[in-house]
Design a protein. Structure first.
Length: 117
């Protein structure tokens, strides 16, 4: 998708610190981390947001969830715990309209909302 920063990362046109990739999924460090582990888990397919997930995406979304588990294990947060997010739409503050699942770990979050400052 033209003018999509995450598609550009997927195509290798924009650099990123890629920590995991397979046929369906790529994951890279967030450029503005708010936790010791802050990884964006992204399907290679350009799906704008959770509002746009369709039955035809079942396979890729399943692979994405398996990637979450594997990335949490690799970054040693699986046992201690971590938070998985997806901001959907304006009220959630979605900025990049290529669906992504930030995995946040390495500190405690409690039940407060995630703040960026
Ligand atoms: P949101 O759409 O609200 O989930 O916010 C987009 C997230 O993507 C923010 O946490 C940004 O720091 C992150 N981000 C934006 N551009 C890049 C990039 N080029 N590389 C890594 N992370 C990025
Ligand atoms: Zn995209």
């Amino acid at each position: 998708m033209e003018n999509c920063i995450f598609c550009k990362i997927i195509e290798g046109e924009v650099p990123a610190q890629v920590v995991y990739e397979n046929e369906h999924v790529i994951a890279f460090n967030d450029i503005n981390p708010v936790a010791p582990v802050h990884i964006l888990i992204v399907p290679r397919l350009h799906i704008p947001s959770l509002n746009d997930v369709e039955p035809e995406h079942l396979e890729v979304m399943g692979h994405l969830m398996l990637a979450v588990k594997e990335i949490a294990r690799q970054h040693e947060v699986a046992a201690k715990g971590y938070r998985l997010i997806s901001n959907c739409g304006p009220d959630a503050g979605q900025v990049v309209y290529h669906i992504h699942f930030p995995l946040l770990g390495g500190r405690q979050f409690g039940h407060n909302l995630v703040r960026k400052s």
